[in-house]
Structures are given as structure tokens and as C-alpha cells.
Design a protein around this ligand. Structure first.
Ligand code: ADP
Ligand code: ASP
Ligand code: MG
Length: 412
């Protein structure tokens, strides 16, 4: 029988009633003849609570124990979903990551899936089981420890299963009815897209649009998974949601197709570092060894043999980054006068494949922000995106102003 993957995010399994509602949707697909792999997230808010407990207990935690704690939310929803399906007389059982097993590398808290053997679950389907409920977000390392895939990782579990089981489709059920031109929660004029290219979705996700985890889009692109984002609260329909697909399948194309933002960005400045060959390596080597994901970098013009170096990294890595740089100062011979961490910034980005062939997007973006009196602190560009770091209090204003300036409420 054909296999379908259905993923339910935190809000879609937030209560027993919502789990029932999701199970009914699964039942509809089972009735159509699919064997279904259901991937569940933890109940909404649960993972945040678990992460909070870890941070409170141990700010520089052992990532293996972090994973042991934060992976647990998904175990609860997997069991409850399976029980709900059984109550509906649908043969189902739950699987934790290690039972499948979802084999990952050992990069705790942001592990990568390396292999998902399909034989265990396929054997159960062959015996008449109709639904395999799998706890999303978790896997097992070569050392046999539980790993997690990074925040939002259940999306990646879902796409990886769709690829491993050659599923007909991977449906991501969430609390919005598709991918929008920007987060509909902060811009009321946001427009739902019927289709979005893998490339654009990849950029939007990596720049903060939480609706899909970046890695899930990468996998879908690589393995040609038919990926759909839709709401678990709306009535079922074949046209529902947004299809994430190859660029060639899309007719319409605005120069800018979406605006993304990230609150989880911090700006760190090393004041008065020596301006000499090797200084960037002396800073970013130790940061990389400490597992810090550095994003934007600027080095100011040097004066008197000194310069300032500014970079951005995720807010939750600031303490580790500070430790790594202090250590490089005391033991690695890295000289600087001061280290300033600013967690009051946000990154706002405009994304669009059309930027490849049209100039003037950056100028328009800067002008729009300047009209709103918003100061740009750092700029980064690539072929299909422009990102700026600004004061966090202007983030929503910036997103709305850019959405208006690029007329994203209108389809091309
Ligand atoms: P889930 O728990 O179902 O995985 P998430 O909270 O991770 O849901 O992702 C869905 C959220 O993503 C939406 O509620 C919305 O606020 C946010 N979001 C950000 N950018 C976008 C966008 N461009 N389109 C749709 N949703 C977006
Ligand atoms: N529960 C995890 C998180 O909140 C994984 C997920 O929901 O995708 O990050
Ligand atoms: Mg999510």
C-alpha cells in the first residue's frame, strides 16, 4: 500500500481533544488506503518548559543530558496518539526514535539523521498495522545515546521518513494554513502562497521563518519529497495549504517573495583587537571549536594597529561564546579590550529568487528602513537574500514596512 507521512506540530497535539482531531484526519487517510507514518511533536509549550528546566539546572549543560530531557515531550504525544487511534479501531503503535532506529550523528542538540532503516516498520505494516506513530525530533547516536535534531526538528523527522519510505507525500500540519509571504502573526497583510520553491523556503527557514525547520527543506529538496504545509484546524481539501516544490513548477514570481525575521540573534563586538594577519582565525577558530554558529561578520577599518570585530550568533549561544573568547584571551594569546554582547537585536531579511536578475532591491530595502527611522547595524547579502540586524524593538515595524514596500500582498 502507498505510504503517507503526516506530521502534527505542537499546537495540533496540545490537548487530548486536539490529538483526537488529528487522529480523525489520520483515519481519513487510512480509509483511502494509505499506510500512514504519523510524526508528532511535543504538546505546545512542553519543549520550552523542558529547555528552561535544563538551563536553570545547568547553564553550560552537558548536551547529552539536555537531549535526554528535551526529547521526552514527544514520547508522551506518540503514546497518546497511538492510544487514540486504537480507540478508533485503527491498528497503530508508537515508536520512539531509538526503536526505529532513527540513526543520527553524535552532535547532541543539533544532530543530523544519517539513516532510517525501514524494515521494522514495514514488517509491521505487512502484518496489518495501519499507522506507525513516531516521536519526532529524536534519534540515537552511534554511542547509543538519545539525540535531538534542533528546535523544530520534527519537521525534519517527517521529511526524512518520507524519503526513507518513499512516501507519496509529506503533509506538515500546523497552526497556520500554509506558508505566507511573512509571518501572518505579525503582518496582517501577509498573503498565503499556493506554491513556494525549495530555494526560497530554504532561505526563509534559515532566516527565521519557523514554519519549517531548515534541514527539513534541504532534505525535501535533495530527495524530491512532495512537501505540503497545511492547517490541522481547517476542513480537509486536496488544494489546501502550500506546496513546497521545484522552481520550474512555479509560474508567478515576485522579485522579493518573502520577509523573514529572527528574534534569536545576538550581536557580539570585540573592541580593540589587534589588526594583524591571523586575527580572524584566532577569534573564529575557538568559537567554531565551541560549536558557536556565527552568522554575520563585520570587521571595522583598523586604526593604530587595532580594529573592532562584530559578529552575530544565536542568543542561546552567547554564554558559550563569551566563555570561549575569554579562554582564548587568557590562554590563546587573543588580545582585545572589551567584549560587548547585545541581545537586543533582531535580524530581518528579504528573500526572492528574482533578486538574481534584478538590481535595486537592497537600495529599496535600506530606503524603506530609513523612512521608518530604523538604524541598520549589520548587513549581509547573498544571491537571493538581504539581511539586516536592527534594534529588536523595531522588528515588527520593519517587517510590515518591507512587506508594504515590496507589495507582497499582491501576487505578480
Ligand atoms: P508547529 O508547532 O506546528 O511546528 P511552528 O510554531 O514551529 O508550528 O511553526 C508555525 C508558525 O510559524 C506559525 O504559527 C507562524 O507564526 C510562524 N511563521 C513564521 N513565518 C511564517 C511564514 N512565512 N508563513 C507561515 N508561518 C510562519
Ligand atoms: N518539540 C520540538 C520543539 O519544540 C520539536 C518540534 O516541535 O518540531 O522544538
Ligand atoms: Mg515547528
Amino acid at each position: 500500500m502507498p505510504v503517507l507521512v503526516m506530521k502534527f506540530g505542537g499546537t495540533s497535539v496540545a490537548t487530548l481533544d486536539r490529538i483526537k482531531r488529528a487522529a480523525k484526519r489520520v483515519g481519513l487517510e487510512v480509509a483511502k488506503g494509505y499506510d500512514v507514518i504519523v510524526i508528532v511533536s511535543a504538546m505546545s509549550g512542553k519543549t520550552n518548559e523542558l529547555v528552561g528546566w535544563v538551563n536553570e539546572t545547568s547553564p553550560l549543560y552537558d548536551a547529552r543530558e539536555y537531549d535526554a530531557v528535551v526529547s521526552s515531550g514527544e514520547n508522551v504525544t506518540a503514546g497518546l496518539m497511538s492510544l487514540t487511534l486504537q480507540e478508533m479501531d485503527i491498528p497503530a503503535r508508537s515508536w520512539q526514535g531509538w526503536q526505529v532506529p532513527v540513526k543520527t550523528n553524535s552532535a547532541h542538540s543539533s544532530a543530523r539523521i544519517e539513516e532510517i532503516p525501514s524494515d521494522n516498520i514495514m514488517a509491521k505494516f505487512a502484518e496489518g498495522m495501519r499507522v506507525a506513530v513516531v516521536a519526532g525530533f529524536q534519534g540515537v547516536s552511534p554511542e547509543g545515546r538519545i539525540t535531538t535534531l534542533g528546535r523544530g526538528g520534527s519537521d525534519t523527522t517527517a521529511v526524512a521518513f518520507a524519503a526513507a519510505f518513499d512516501a507519496e507525500r509529506c503533509d506538515i500540519y500546523t497552526d497556520v494554513d500554509g506558508v505566507y509571504t511573512t509571518d501572518p502573526r505579525i503582518a496582517s497583510k501577509a498573503r498565503k502562497l499556493d506554491k513556494i520553491s525549495f530555494e526560497e523556503m530554504l532561505e526563509l527557514a534559515s532566516l527565521g521563518a519557523k514554519v519549517l525547520q531548515t534541514r527539513s527543506v534541504e532534505l525535501a529538496m535533495r530527495y524530491k519529497v512532495k512537501l505540503r504545509v497545511l492547517s490541522s484546524f481547517e476542513e480537509p481539501s486536496d488544494e489546501a495549504g502550500t506546496l513546497v516544490c521545484a522552481e520550474e513548477e512555479i509560474m508567478e514570481s515576485n522579485v522579493v517573495s518573502g520577509v523573514a525575521y529572527s528574534r534569536d540573534e545576538a550581536k557580539m563586538t570585540l573592541v580593540a583587537v589587534e589588526d594583524r594577519p591571523g586575527i580572524a582565525a584566532a577569534i573564529f577558530g575557538p568559537l567554531s571549536d565551541a560549536g558557536i554558529n556565527v552568522d554575520m561578520i563585520i570587521q571595522n577599518i583598523g586604526e593604530d594597529g587595532c580594529t573592532d570585530m562584530t559578529f552575530s550568533c544565536p542568543t542561546d549561544q552567547v554564554i558559550r561564546a563569551e566563555k570561549a573568547l575569554e579562554l582564548a584571551k587568557t590562554e590563546g594569546g587573543l588580545n582585545f579590550a572589551e567584549l560587548i554582547s547585545d541581545t537586543n537585536v533582531a535580524k530581518v531579511s528579504a528573500v526572492g529568487i528574482g533578486m538574481r536578475s534584478q538590481s535595486g532591491v537592497a537600495a529599496k530595502m535600506f530606503k524603506t528602513l530609513s523612512n521608518e527611522g530604523i538604524n541598520i547595524q549589520v548587513i549581509a547579502t547573498s544571491e537571493i537574500k538581504i539581511s539586516v540586524l536592527i534594534d529588536r524593538k523595531y522588528m515588527e515595524l520593519a517587517v510590515q514596512a518591507l512587506h508594504d514596500a515590496f507589495e507582497l500582498e499582491k501576487a505578480s
